[in-house]
Design a protein around this ligand. Structure first.
Ligand SMILES: *Cc1c(COP(=O)(O)O)cnc(C)c1O
Length: 387
């Protein structure tokens, strides 16, 4: 199916809602039946048939089908946040005594799940530099059950060789998962390379309007049923029907939004790579990016995120630079309509600028949907502020 067919037509049931172009929001917690037999059927098939909205809901199910199709998987499950999806995926597949191999510098709350929570239940992990496949290979132990990837990750965009990891994991009976939030289902489909569970913070590109927090997990029917019956229903991080509807609306323009953000990011990166006040630009599709071959193999193109380090170690100057932007708003996240700047200095107590993973002169950007001229002007303004 073409992407637009999935987005515009697939799984729509317009005749069942007065031929409305847009599906209604089934803002209902529960569903009611004419007979015991019907009710029993719904309850016995709660994974697929609306019975109670913590499990299944018509609005959410429509989105679920479209996202599974976009990620080239059999099924998907939606969550109230990307973090809920990640936690459910990992927790459903480990038990006491098991081990997880995870890439270094995953999304911060993925790290907290592994570091602060799963350890309490006897699940250990090793974090490795996943740029080098052999690091992943040598971290595997006899009790390794999950390999968790994020390619590219979200500040410095390190990538992993998905096919190599998937082949190794299959041979050893280990499950592979990837946080694919950077690329969205438009730019990368890790299932095509053998990855078992694909995760997204749907808050980012999929929703695309900075108005709903959501997560999705894409996988086989079998895995989806296992997670549904376990962590999905038990922990109950359900996406609301209204937020599912917002995501459906966002999804209609996903390819266009990605295109605009990507064009803006490319233009800004070309400008910044030649700027005398820039130390380094991190961008998977720049010709100087160390893993350019992997970027080209696993992604159809770049997204809107890039990171810079300024040619100064002076945190006050970095702060001044960031404060000078007018159109890049200071904030976390990405994938919305608005351009964003996220300075690493906000991650740390101002007394400990050098204590963290990212240096104080590092700033992550998301190029939103504005005209590129406006964004270029904004950078010029910020550079002038620290000249
Ligand atoms: C935002 C984000 C998450 C978490 O998603 P939420 O929807 O905020 O819970 C996970 N991974 C990455 C890479 C993210 O950017």
């Amino acid at each position: 199916m073409h992407i637009s067919e999935i987005i515009n037509h697939f799984a729509e049931d317009r005749e069942n809602y007065s031929n409305a172009a847009v599906p209604p929001i089934a803002q209902s917690a529960n569903f009611c039946y004419k007979s015991v037999a019907q009710m029993r059927h719904a309850l016995q098939n709660e994974h697929l048939v609306p019975f109670y909205t913590r499990g299944s809901n018509p609005t959410t199910d429509l989105l679920r089908k479209k996202l599974a199709a976009l990620e080239h998987t059999e099924d998907s499950l939606l969550f109230a946040s990307g973090s809920a999806a990640i936690a459910a995926a990992i927790m459903a597949n480990v038990a006491m005594g098991d081990h997880v191999v995870c890439i270094q510098k995953p999304y911060s709350w993925t790290a907290k799940l592994l570091n602060n929570i799963l350890g309490r239940f006897g699940v250990t992990h090793t974090m490795v530099n996943g740029r080098d496949f052999s690091n992943i290979q040598s971290a595997i132990k006899s009790n390794t059950k999950v390999i968790f990837l994020e390619s590219p990750n979200s500040w410095t965009f390190e990538m992993q060789d998905l096919e190599a990891v998937a082949d190794l994991a299959r041979a050893k009976g280990i499950l592979t998962m990837i946080d694919n939030s950077y690329a969205s289902p438009i730019l990368s489909n890790p299932a095509d390379f053998g990855i078992d569970i694909i995760l997204h913070s749907a808050t980012k590109y999929i929703g695309g309007h900075s108005d709903a927090v959501a997560g999705v997990l894409c996988c086989s029917h079998e895995m989806s049923l296992k997670i549904f019956k376990g962590e999905f229903m038990t922990l109950g991080g359900t996406l609301s029907p209204f937020n599912a509807w917002l995501l459906l609306r966002g999804l209609r323009t996903l390819p266009l939004r990605i295109k605009q953000a990507a064009n803006n990011a490319s233009a800004l990166v070309s400008y910044l790579e030649n700027h005398p006040m820039i130390e380094k630009v991190y961008f998977p599709f720049s010709s100087t990016y160390e893993q350019n071959d992997l970027a080209k193999k696993y992604m159809k193109g770049n997204a809107g995120q890039f990171t810079i380090t300024l040619k100064t170690k002076d945190a006050e100057k970095v702060e001044k630079f960031c404060n000078a932007f007018e159109f890049f708003l200071l904030g976390c996240s990405w994938g919305g309509y608005e351009s964003l700047a996220f300075p690493a200095i906000t991650l740390y107590d101002s007394m400990n600028y050098n204590s963290g993973v990212f240096p104080p002169n590092m700033i992550r950007f998301y190029a939103g949907l504005e005209e590129k001229e406006l964004l270029l002007q904004d950078f010029e303004k910020a550079f002038r502020a620290i000249q």
